[in-house]
Write a protein that binds this ligand. Structure first.
Ligand code: NUP
Length: 221
């Protein structure tokens, strides 16, 4: 188990599907990212045991967007944490009992929960309206989550959600690069980390790309 500390402000979204490629890219960019986010593409491609391998390189965040009844959520989270993941991403629209069960399970394992407050894709604000995402963010705070997920594609929303949660919770923001968002604008709006996938793992030189984003963020401090 390892804590997620902000050094670079970058989280790698590792959506490749082969183990060798996943390990190679992770080792290459390790010095330029603070955590590695894994999700269904990699875990369905390689199995959940990839989490243990990657956790030797960097803290691992499991992006399973857990969204079920409390009992099922607990069973999922137990598996995720037992497999070596340091944090899990869950949905908040399931309501406070489901969310609280995720946080309770994370606390038992001394791990962290991030709650999706609003999604980054163009359709992401259709159901996650202003009012709904703010309510989810407030619920995440009340439930004792470590942080929320907010869209780098809409930095103004990151700013508004930051105002809702205050300074205690972290914000991780996907949507930089391939989805059109800017790392600098997202951090300026109040995110602690940007999540970057394709721009890094799809680059000819993933290490150089990760370093470029790290430097873009460094300039702001
Ligand atoms: O709202 C969200 N948007 C998003 O892109 C919530 C997410 N968890 N993600 C994830 O972030 C997405 O599944 C992918 O793993 C990563 C963004 O990758 P990329 O667009 O930088 O390739």
């Amino acid at each position: 188990m390892s804590e997620i500390h902000r050094k670079t402000g970058v989280i790698l979204a590792l959506d490749v599907t082969k183990k060798e490629e996943a390990l190679l890219i992770s080792k290459e960019v390790a010095g330029f990212v603070d955590a590695i986010k894994i999700g269904y593409p990699l875990v369905l491609g390689t199995g959940l045991s990839i989490a243990k391998d990657l956790s030797k390189i960097a803290p691992v965040i499991a992006d399973f967007k857990v969204a079920d009844i409390p009992n099922t959520d607990r069973l999922i989270c137990e598996h995720v944490f037992s497999a070596g993941c340091d944090a899990v991403i869950v949905q908040g629209f399931t309501g406070s009992d489901s969310l609280m069960e995720c946080v309770k399970t994370a606390n038992e394992f001394q791990r962290k929960v991030f709650v999706v407050a609003e999604m980054s894709h163009p359709g992401g604000d259709y159901f996650f309206t202003d009012a709904v995402s703010k309510e989810i963010a407030a619920l995440a705070k009340k439930a004792g989550a470590f942080g929320i997920v907010a869209p780098a594609t809409r930095p103004e929303r990151v700013k508004e959600l930051r105002a809702v949660i205050g300074k205690d919770l972290k914000i991780i923001s996907p949507g930089v690069g391939a989805q059109g968002g800017s790392a600098a604008d997202t951090i300026k709006a109040g995110a602690d980390w940007v999540i970057v996938g394709r721009s890094i793992y799809g680059a000819k030189d993933p290490k150089a790309e990760a370093e470029k984003i790290k430097k873009e963020i460094e300039k702001l401090i």
